[in-house]
Design a protein around this ligand. Structure first.
Ligand code: XLS
Ligand code: NI
Ligand code: NI
Length: 445
């Protein structure tokens, strides 16, 4: 495989594994792609992907200041030449990091034209460029999506717009983005409904809007099925931002929505850490709810700021977080449909503006997930946590517990049973377990 060397990134090194003793910041200290953990390589367990929007298109502006990112490969124009150069740089960065997959929105990779047809032509051109780059590097597409939130026509929503013509535009755009995803052998297609919600109830018909949204999803599934898409469809829950309330609020409400409209056999969830934070839930909660329902599709691996009320999309560097995520994945045997991955939907801080910071940021996320994997495997090998939880529920394996769950006893039967004994309430040992987890995690990493 030849290394892609746009002159603006040719000075950036290929990042190698050097081990925990290394002090080289441009090396992996923990992510050793071929190291086998619980019978699989780290590469296979972690299935990293980088995102096009933050990595290549985010200038790092905020509501009070313009972008700071230095992007010497980008001339700032909306030309196709510029788009092609960016794509080369993106794949060159992924090669240096050993990241095997990526995700994009249609308008990240291809400039929007003056009409739907012009935008579609740009996307077709960029699809063939990306296809060649995939071929040349072996990097694959984790998922594609359509940007249904930036254009002013989507101010009132895309699928949930009060104007049926807007729905038609959204549908046309989804069709093209899905076709591009299929052409690029994408393993998935995401719906993130940033504007599928409302700002005020004064002018909003919630029942109608939710049904419209379900209809767009149904059309996408039908189009995918008719055009040989064997990838996964995902909804990415988020409670708010940019809408005041989004219909895909969190995992539980999104599962309810999918079941209500009978879409749950074809659409699972892409769960983002920062969105869990915004919904007032931990990532561990969201993942466990989805896993219990067999709907844990894929992960947007970032982290939020509990003090900020918006999506800060930081690179994940919290070892407790990554350990918990990997614990769920190991216990669940990976993603429910085996097509998911860990997509760094993450951006550098505005102060980290140099191109080399793109490497540092991804290295930080990859090393933290590698350590999380090792720590999670150590917790499982240690066995005490699982033994405790098993023991905590042991009475449900008694004849009485089995008969209750089989529906073989009534309230009257249970009252008679209760009259014969008083339960002995035992400690949940939370503090002891948390200290024990600290011991195991830090001994392992
Ligand atoms: C925004 C979302 C978005 C999706 C893709 O908050 O995370 O980036 O992942 O549209
Ligand atoms: Ni996301
Ligand atoms: Ni997000």
């Amino acid at each position: 495989m030849d290394l892609l060397t746009d002159p603006t990134i040719s000075h950036l090194p290929v990042v190698a594994f050097e081990g925990a003793k290394s002090t080289n910041p441009l090396a992996f200290h923990w992510y050793d792609a071929d190291r086998v953990v619980e019978g699989q390589s780290m590469r296979e367990h972690l299935n990293f992907a980088a995102c096009y929007w933050h990595t290549m298109r985010n200038a790092l502006s905020d509501p009070f200041g313009r972008g700071t990112a230095l992007m010497p490969w980008d001339d700032g124009s909306a030309s196709l030449d510029n788009a092609v150069r960016r794509a080369h740089v993106f794949f060159g960065l992924l090669q240096r990091l050993g990241i095997g997959a990526y995700c994009f929105h249609d308008h990240d990779v291809a400039p929007e034209g003056d009409s739907l047809a012009a935008s579609a032509a740009n996307l077709t051109h960029m699809t063939s460029v990306l296809s060649d780059l995939q071929e040349a590097t072996g990097i694959s597409l984790l998922w594609g999506t359509a940007c249904l939130f930036d254009h002013p026509r989507y101010a009132h929503g895309a699928a949930t717009s009060p104007d049926v013509q807007v729905f038609a535009h959204a549908a046309g755009q989804v069709r093209r983005a899905l076709d591009a995803t299929i052409a690029l052998n994408g393993r998935g297609y995401v719906f993130w409904g940033g504007r599928e919600g409302y700002t005020t109830l004064v002018n909003t018909d919630i029942g109608r809007e939710r049904a419209q949204y379900a209809q767009l999803l149904r059309l996408a599934v039908e189009h995918g099925d008719a055009h040989g898409f064997d990838g996964a469809f995902y909804i990415e829950p988020k409670p708010r931002e940019p809408s005041g309330h989004q219909y895909d609020f969190d995992v539980e409400s999104t599962l309810n929505f999918l079941r209500e409209y009978s879409l749950n056999d074809r659409i699972t969830l892409n769960i983002e850490t920062n969105h869990a934070t915004l919904a007032g839930k931990s990532m561990g909660h969201e993942l466990r709810v989805a896993a219990a329902a067999g709907m844990l599709g894929s992960i947007d691996a970032n982290m939020g700021d509990v003090h900020a009320g918006w999506d800060t999309d930081r690179f994940p560097t919290d070892l407790y977080l990554t350990t918990d995520i990997m614990l769920v994945l190991l216990e669940h045997g990976g993603f429910s449909n085996s097509k998911g991955g860990l997509n760094f939907d993450a951006k550098r801080r505005r102060e980290s503006m140099e191109p080399v910071d793109l490497l540092h940021a991804h290295i930080a996320g990859m090393d933290t997930f590698a350590r999380g994997l090792l720590a999670a495997a150590a917790i499982r090998a240690d066995g005490r946590l699982h033994a405790f939880v098993r023991e905590r529920y042991a009475s449900w394996s008694d004849p009485l517990g089995r008969r209750i769950m089989d529906g073989a006893v009534s309230l009257v039967d249970l009252e008679a049973q209760a009259a014969t004994s008083e339960p002995v309430v035992k400690s949940g040992r939370q503090e002891q377990l948390e200290a024990m987890l600290n011991d195991v995690m830090f001994a392992a990493t």
